[in-house]
Design a protein around this ligand. Structure first.
Ligand SMILES: [Zn+2]
Length: 331
């Protein structure tokens, strides 16, 4: 294979994924492996680099055709120094200069961003935001991850923490959040928190089609909630609709903060498709201001679980485009 590629790495507390990605965002090959959370950071970085190198070798890709690597990592990060400050899922990681360690190991330039931002950049570059303008992604999974892309660049903010939109407060004095605030949208509108709220409502005595599951200790996820709702379950319907209302309010706030062309919904809750998109759009229309000309398009994500690796590679491609003209790349 002689076309130029970038290496995308989506680094997580459970698994890490590596993909070789073309300049148009196509994934040529990908692989993943479990993250050894007990190993030293240096040894984990060596494992990641080994997987990337084995993909290059298997694809017979010459090193001169690799333009760089991008890494999406759990944060918080220090962007200036390319460091993971610490990570909840990686207890041995404290002030790890991950960008430079990986760059030295791969002998390539490395672009670093946090995992939610990398996924947002992937959707912006090659997925639901492709060809559009300013863009916000909300990933409705275990928590509510987010990323903001303005003028083609991920917004970091002065203190490196811009785009933590899951911690927008939508209910003053509401449910406690792991971040120390109360009433964060993440506590109402993410796949795991919707399931948790249904579970709690049943435990508190509400009658639901899922009551037998809760009594038997079977865990509930967002998919179970959507299925029960399809069978007419009132508890699931109410909590899902509340989630969509809070999500819509978050979208109104995002509209006023960034005025993006689109807001894209991804993650486990977005797998419900129109069951999440339709109510969010209608609650949004009911809650936003009268002016209609500045409303963002609300869409579903397109890349699924590959958004992170594709976006990480996109960061590497972006860095290349900034330092040398496109036509200088080896075709
Ligand atoms: Zn919070």
């Amino acid at each position: 294979m002689t076309q130029p590629i970038a290496i995308g790495i989506d680094f997580g507390g459970t698994n890490f994924k590596v993909a070789l990605v073309a300049e148009d965002g196509r994934v040529l090959v990908k692989s993943s492996a479990p993250t050894d959370t007990t190993a030293t950071p240096e040894s984990v970085i060596a494992q990641v680099a080994n997987l990337a190198e084995s993909l290059l070798d298997d694809g017979h890709i010459a090193r001169e055709n690799v333009v760089g690597a991008g890494l999406g990592s759990p944060g918080p990060l220090d962007f200036d120094r390319g460091m993971v400050i610490h990570s909840v899922n990686l207890p041995t990681w404290e002030n790890v200069p991950v960008r430079d360690l990986l760059a030295k190991r791969l002998n390539l330039p490395v672009a670093l961003d946090n995992d939610a931002n990398a996924a947002a950049f992937g959707e912006y570059w090659a997925g639901a935001g492709k060809g559009g303008g300013d863009f916000v992604m909300l990933t409705l999974g275990t928590g509510l991850g987010a990323g903001v892309v303005l003028g083609g660049k991920i917004l970091h903010g002065h203190y490196d923490n811009a785009g933590e939109l899951g911690h927008m407060i939508v209910v003053p004095g509401g449910l406690p959040c792991g971040c120390g605030q109360r009433g964060c949208v993440e506590q109402y509108a993410a796949a795991a928190t919707v399931a948790r709220r249904v579970h709690r409502a049943i435990e508190e005595g509400e009658d639901s089609l899922l009551s037998p599951m809760v009594k038997e200790g079977v865990s509930i996820d967002a998919k179970t909630v959507v299925e029960a709702m399809g069978k007419g379950d009132a508890v699931c319907k109410r909590i899902w609709d509340e989630a969509c209302t809070y999500l819509a309010i978050a979208c109104v706030n995002i509209q006023h903060a960034f005025n993006p062309e689109s807001i894209v919904l991804g993650g486990g809750m977005a797998e419900a498709g129109d069951v999440v998109l339709d109510p969010v759009r209608s609650h949004f229309a009911r809650n936003t201001w009268r002016l209609e000309s500045d409303r963002p398009h609300i869409r579903l994500a397109a890349l699924g679980y590959d958004a992170g690796v594709i976006g990480a590679a996109g960061l590497a491609w972006n860095a290349v485009a900034e330092v040398r003209p496109r036509d200088s790349l080896t075709p």
